[in-house]
Design a protein. Structure first.
Length: 350
């Protein structure tokens, strides 16, 4: 959710966010209070505009991925006896509350909007008003005041993210981040016969085991894996890993991790999906290790950010008005959002 908000903030402050069409109808009192964070109230207008931005992104990505319409997607059960709409709206409101909370602590970090940022927000809000009809703005609560407030919250939250993550130890040793690399072969227990998957019989699996063992013996004898694989119509795969990796298979990882020298080959590894053979190609893959270092630093920053946010939540009274929040319906009201670099569409209807 945070990454999505950050992306939208960049696009919107640049003045490229435009709502171009929507379906459905309904009027809400934008002055009603959805939630209170400390002494600050979140109005239904601000919450609705922010929610509609998120809704359009979700509908464009997830509805197409799930092979369904937007309104059908929102009505589907997600988890914990919640529909996708209920689950998503819960996350959206929490994220909005977090932005208010973070904004309230901006002065602690000397974070404030620059004159250029203030002008960019003002221009983006005005452009949104110019590019959209009154009907559109009514449904998404797109008055300049609401648009500007949401963009302000997004911009401050993005700046605060950097400030809150500052000071994290960014030194990570090769030992702490070490990633190995390997080549491996999979002798699958599943065949594809004219587009239909077929699981091998026990006798076929036993014969495949004999074949795999012969390959393993050749590799241990010093033959090149790619050459051996190609001659048999197989493809040698590559992967980087450490002891905590689980892909492509945890048993394969454990066997490869136990090898002590580059060039060593595992015994055959029998799994539920098939038989693996692996060859250790590097005890320290430089590129993968450096990438792991970046990942570790990112995790440290996220942990520091989350810790600060959690403490602020404990120190701040947050009250939600659930009946007011229920007035915003994704299933009954669809939106379409287009930007200069993407075209996001949805087709929800009443």
């Amino acid at each position: 959710m945070a990454r999505l908000a950050k992306r939208l903030a960049v696009l919107a402050v640049a003045g490229t966010l435009t709502a171009t069409s929507l379906t459905g109808c309904g009027t809400i009192n934008t002055d009603e209070t959805v939630a209170t964070v400390g002494d600050e109230k979140i109005t239904l207008g601000v919450a609705n505009f922010y929610a509609r931005l998120q809704q359009a992104q979700y509908e464009n990505y997830y509805a197409s991925m799930m092979g369904t319409t937007a309104e059908e997607m929102w009505a589907k059960e997600a988890s914990d006896d919640q529909t996708y709409e209920e689950q998503t709206k819960k996350s959206i409101l929490e994220n909005l509350e977090n932005m208010y909370l973070v904004s309230q602590h901006a002065s602690d970090y000397d974070v404030a909007l620059t004159e250029e940022e203030q002008q960019a927000i003002k221009d983006a809000a005005a452009k949104f008003g110019e590019d959209n009809s009154d009907d559109v703005k009514k449904v998404v609560s797109g008055d300049e005041e609401e648009v500007a407030k949401v963009l302000e919250l997004m911009t401050i939250s993005n700046k605060m993210e950097t400030a809150m993550e500052a000071g994290v130890d960014e030194n990570v040793s090769d030992e702490d981040a070490a990633q190995k690399s390997m080549q491996y072969l999979l002798f699958s227990y599943t065949t594809d016969d004219s587009g239909e998957s077929k699981t091998l019989s026990d006798d076929e699996k036993e014969a495949l085991k004999t074949t795999a063992q012969a390959f393993d013996d050749r590799l241990k004898g010093g033959e090149d894996m790619e050459t051996v694989a190609s001659a048999a119509g197989l493809t040698a795969q590559t992967a980087t890993f450490d002891s905590e990796s689980t892909s492509p298979d945890k048993d394969l990882i454990a066997a490869a991790d136990a090898l002590t020298n580059e060039g060593d080959v595992t015994d055959i590894i029998e799994t539920e999906n098939g038989i693996y053979i692996a060859k250790l190609t590097s005890l320290l893959d430089r590129e993968a290790t450096d990438s792991k270092k970046e990942s570790i630093v990112s995790e440290r920053k996220q942990e520091q950010y989350d810790s600060l946010l959690e403490q602020w939540k404990k120190d701040t009274k947050i009250k939600e008005e659930k009946k007011v929040w229920k007035k915003i319906s994704f299933e009954k009201q669809g939106v379409t959002i287009k930007t200069s670099d993407t075209s996001d569409t949805s087709d929800s209807q009443n």
